[in-house]
Design a binder for this molecule. Structure first.
Ligand code: SAM
Length: 288
């Protein structure tokens, strides 16, 4: 079961009265439950690009029937979803980025020990997979992706090894890729040697940074005065986008930045849920 990260802190900063809220990354519905429980006068629109997530959310939210509606969509298309619902303004928008535990364990190649196909798609209907990137892209392009989206120091060395290995046989599973990286990576680091490569591939395959920028820009257009937007990120590239977005909108007079410094999980939460350790919450309130 996925534990919602920074749940209390998110509800405290996001909920600012009754109305329509959009959970752009409904996942298992953990935050959504909290939102619906917090007030009876809230209606929730839940979005997820992963069909399985929506099925899990549906089960978890059954008791709130009639107070929510779910959409399989990419949050970059939040405007399309809201237009379909006939909604022009909402009271709150939440993004809890990344993937959840069930996806990591779902055999889509997200984890280092995964012996299933090197997939990494959030939306299974999408064409591009990590397998294509690793087995068809040039050495230069692979190295660029690892550097740009993973800030991986050994990007070129890893890309070179990938090209060498795939000449013998395609790199088919996440474990094969993780083992290949471990075999050439300097020993003794605190994190798994493949961490940055896997992060880069996931971001690239799912176009995560561009989707986030589009989702934020479109989302804020639908936010009513005093409505709030909250975003939970899990790595610095995402956090930078959110930080700059809030600063820019504050400069334009559209938003009040509610988090000059990001809110981080307490030690107690990290102890109970280690995957919360890199989480950062930022939020803003619409002024006009
Ligand atoms: C960390 S989980 C959310 C967990 C949820 N807040 C909960 O408490 O159960 C992130 C979810 O966002 C979804 N997701 C990631 N990128 C997306 C995108 N661009 N559009 C829609 N959903 C996306 C993933 O499929 C995943 O279910």
């Amino acid at each position: 079961m996925h534990k919602p990260v920074l749940l209390e802190e998110t509800l405290k900063i996001l909920i600012n009265g009754g109305g329509i809220y959009v959970d752009c990354t409904i996942g298992g519905g953990g935050h959504a439950r909290g939102i619906l429980e917090s007030r009876e006068d809230i209606f929730l629109i839940g979005i997820d690009a992963d069909e399985t997530a929506l099925q899990i959310a549906e089960e978890n939210l059954r008791e709130f029937e009639g107070r929510y509606t779910l959409y399989k969509a990419n949050f970059k298309d939040i405007d399309v979803v809201l237009r379909m619902e006939g909604i022009s303004k909402v009271k709150g928008i939440l993004f809890d980025l990344g993937i959840s535990m069930y996806q990591i364990k779902s055999g889509r190649g997200f984890s280092f020990e995964d012996e299933s196909f090197l997939d990494m798609r959030i939306d299974k209907k999408q064409k591009l997979t990590a397998f294509t990137v690793i087995n068809e892209y040039s050495e230069k392009r692979i190295a660029e992706i690892l550097k740009k989206y993973g800030e991986e120091r050994y990007a070129l060395k890893i890309a070179r090894e990938i090209i060498k290995k795939r000449k013998i046989k395609p790199i088919e599973t996440a474990k094969e890729l993780a083992d290949l990286i471990s075999s050439i990576y300097p020993k003794g680091g605190k994190i798994h040697p493949a961490t940055k490569t896997f992060m880069a591939l996931r971001i690239y395959v799912n176009n995560e940074l561009e989707n986030l920028k589009t989702g934020l820009e479109k989302g804020i257009m639908y936010l009513q005065k005093n409505g709030r937007i909250a975003v939970i990120t899990f790595h610095s590239l995402e956090d930078r986008i959110v930080k700059n977005f809030l600063r820019e909108k504050e400069r334009e007079g559209a938003l009040k930045n509610l988090t000059k410094k990001p809110i981080k999980p307490k030690l107690e939460e990290v102890r109970k849920n280690p995957s919360a350790r890199s989480a950062k919450l930022r939020a803003g309130e619409k002024l006009v």
